[in-house]
Design a protein around this ligand. Structure first.
Ligand SMILES: [Mn+2]
Length: 318
């Protein structure tokens, strides 16, 4: 039983690992399809249209130049993602971007921000991740652009990426809530504090619990707010989600992750989603993709609880 109604969902595959430090996230979209994503969403009454995969340049696997790896290719892929996601939003669809590495969130979120500006809506971005992804070319040890999307979206990065969605940066740091963070480079940490990003790291979740964390991260949403979730699968503890390129121990457990998704669903504000960094080359019998599908179902309102949905929903009424 679902108490919220969603618009038609559009699946958009972006099969590339152009911004990553390991190959394999390019196979992520197909692994999510094989794990039954479309049928799972349809079983909850959603209309789902699979747009297939975008295309873009191959991964040349070259070292960084001036602090960036594969910048031209990353720009090309993100333009394709931006255009596809923007087109779905304009048609009133709820886009789910199937990554692909997390650099592609630049294309996706710049499109969401552009759509919100055009329609006069507020935007809140939940960044579920083990990493802050707030590196710059000056701070990054690797030059991999999947470590920089939040910084680029906030205006700190190469012009071609900062201006994907038009004039100026897509996001103000105050629109972002980061959850599950447990691996941040030293210089990146200073920059996150300088820019005032709201970060709920694993220490916070350990001490305060997932329920309080999500109440904080979701506070202040109203009927005019577009909620975007950027879900890096490395958010999850590697014990349950081994199929990612950059595992970091000490992430949310299965139940904590479910509660996180269920509380997002309870707000009824989810309007776009990225599912990123799933790497089938590192997975075990597609179990990480199956887990991701399970969690996405919860994000769309599958409730495993026995008590009435409405009871929890009242937490967020404004
Ligand atoms: Mn990430």
């Amino acid at each position: 039983m679902s108490t919220t109604s969603f618009p038609t969902v559009a699946l958009v595959g972006a099969p590339t690992d152009i911004g990553a430090g390991a190959r394999g996230a390019s196979m992520g979209p197909e692994a999510l399809r094989v794990a039954g994503l479309q049928a799972a969403l349809e079983s909850h009454g959603l209309q789902v249209e699979d747009r297939g995969n975008l295309s873009g340049p191959a991964n040349p696997w070259r070292p960084a130049v001036d602090g960036y790896r594969h910048l031209d290719e990353v720009v090309a892929w993100n333009r394709a993602v931006h255009d596809a996601v923007y087109a779905e939003l304009t048609k009133g669809r709820l886009p789910i971007l199937l990554g692909g590495d997390h650099c592609l969130a630049m294309g996706s979120i710049s499109a969401v921000a552009r759509h919100c500006r055009a329609t006069g809506r507020k935007l809140r971005v939940l960044w579920l991740d083990a990493h802050a992804d707030f590196n710059t070319s000056a701070l990054t040890p690797s030059g991999n652009l999947h470590g920089m999307p939040v910084a680029c979206l906030c205006g700190f990065g190469p012009e071609a990426l900062v201006r994907l969605g038009g004039e100026g940066p897509a996001l103000h740091p105050q629109q972002v809530r980061q959850i599950g963070i447990r691996s941040v480079d030293a210089g990146e940490k200073r920059f996150v504090h300088e820019q005032g990003l709201e970060v709920y790291d694993m220490r916070y979740i350990d001490e305060m619990g997932m329920r309080h964390t999500m109440e904080q991260a979701l506070a202040g949403l109203d009927a005019d707010t577009h909620l975007h979730v950027s879900f890096d699968v490395d958010f999850l503890d590697p014990d349950i989600a081994p199929g990612v390129g950059t595992t970091v121990p000490g992430g949310p457990t299965y139940r904590e992750a479910q509660l996180c998704m269920e509380m997002i669903a309870d707000t009824g504000r989810l309007a776009s989603l990225d599912v990123m960094e799933l790497n089938p080359a590192l997975d075990v019998r597609n179990r990480t993709a199956l887990l991701a599908v399970d969690l996405i179902e919860s994000l769309f309102g599958k409730s495993t609880l026995m008590r009435e949905h409405q009871v929890r929903k009242s937490t967020f009424q404004t």
